[in-house]
Design a protein around this ligand. Structure first.
Ligand code: SAM
Length: 247
């Protein structure tokens, strides 16, 4: 059986690549990439000359078959996405499932993911978070998704592109409990990194205040909802009595 190495790569600062990732990419026979030109920059930077092929959302099925054929030939194969961790708002999941189903081993190499990087600097009290990825570009679907998330007792983590950041923040501010905290983390690990923390209702004004605030790549985090009112003593007594009756 072969091994597919799923390798996380930097989200901006190339210094964040791990020693293990470098060693694995250097010794691979072939690297499956979301975008071969994009990954070529990374490989060139580290002087790695390994053949690549494309595995993206539009060819993941055929590319997975190619991965399986290479593994069956005994080749060392690595999988990377453009940035961060494959499979997190990036292709990879289908290929991983197909490779595993074909009887091969999957070995993940941990590294950056914009969500965990943003969470590490958010300083929120929530013990739980829900990774929601990208919200829909369609207004109706986005509104419905936000309303579904509104009562989830966890911080909510979103990815967003610069051309939709204002709409999304406005929608979050309009639909979620106003006392929640918003973290806008942009350009993480890059030159213009900025991590701004504010009441959710102030998000739209913060974005409007400076053109730079709307540039680059974004992670949005909204702290969890305020705790729900507890049951009154009588309801609690009844609930306990009823629970005791259950088989
Ligand atoms: N697989 C990646 C990961 O593990 O984070 C995510 C890929 S997804 C296609 C790209 C999105 O991740 C961007 O639109 C942005 O929301 C977020 N992102 C990636 N790099 C970022 C960075 N340096 N700063 C802030 N957000 C980033």
């Amino acid at each position: 059986i072969g091994t597919l190495y799923v390798v996380a790569t930097p989200i901006g600062n190339l210094g964040d690549i791990s020693e293990r990732a470098l060693a694995t990419l250097r010794t691979a026979d072939v690297i499956a990439c979301e975008d071969t030109r994009h990954t070529r920059h990374l490989l060139d930077h580290f002087g790695i000359r390994v053949p690549t092929f494309a595995l993206h959302q539009h060819n993941e099925r055929e590319a997975a078959a190619k991965l399986i054929a290479l593994l069956a030939e005994g080749k060392r194969v690595a999988l990377v996405s453009d940035a961060g961790t494959p499979g997190i708002s990036d292709p990879g999941a289908r290929a991983v499932a197909a490779v595993r189903a074909a009887g091969h081993r999957i070995v993940p190499l941990p590294g950056p993911s914009a969500a965990s990087v943003a969470l590490s600097a958010a300083g929120l009290a929530d013990e739980r978070f829900l990774f929601a990825g990208f919200l829909s570009a369609k207004v109706g679907a986005r509104g419905t998704a936000i309303m579904e998330l509104a009562a989830v007792p966890a911080a909510l983590v979103f990815y967003e592109a610069p051309h939709r950041i204002e709409e999304t923040v406005a929608d979050l501010a309009a639909r979620l409990e106003p006392m929640r905290t918003l973290v806008i983390a942009r350009e993480l690990t890059k030159q213009f990194e900025q991590i701004a923390v504010m009441p959710l209702t102030e998000g739209p004004a913060w974005l409007a205040a400076d053109d730079n605030h709307r540039r680059g790549e974004f992670v949005l985090i909204v702290s969890g909802p305020p705790p729900r009112e507890g049951l009154d003593a009588e309801s609690e007594r009844v609930l306990k009595a009823l629970l005791a009756e259950l088989p």
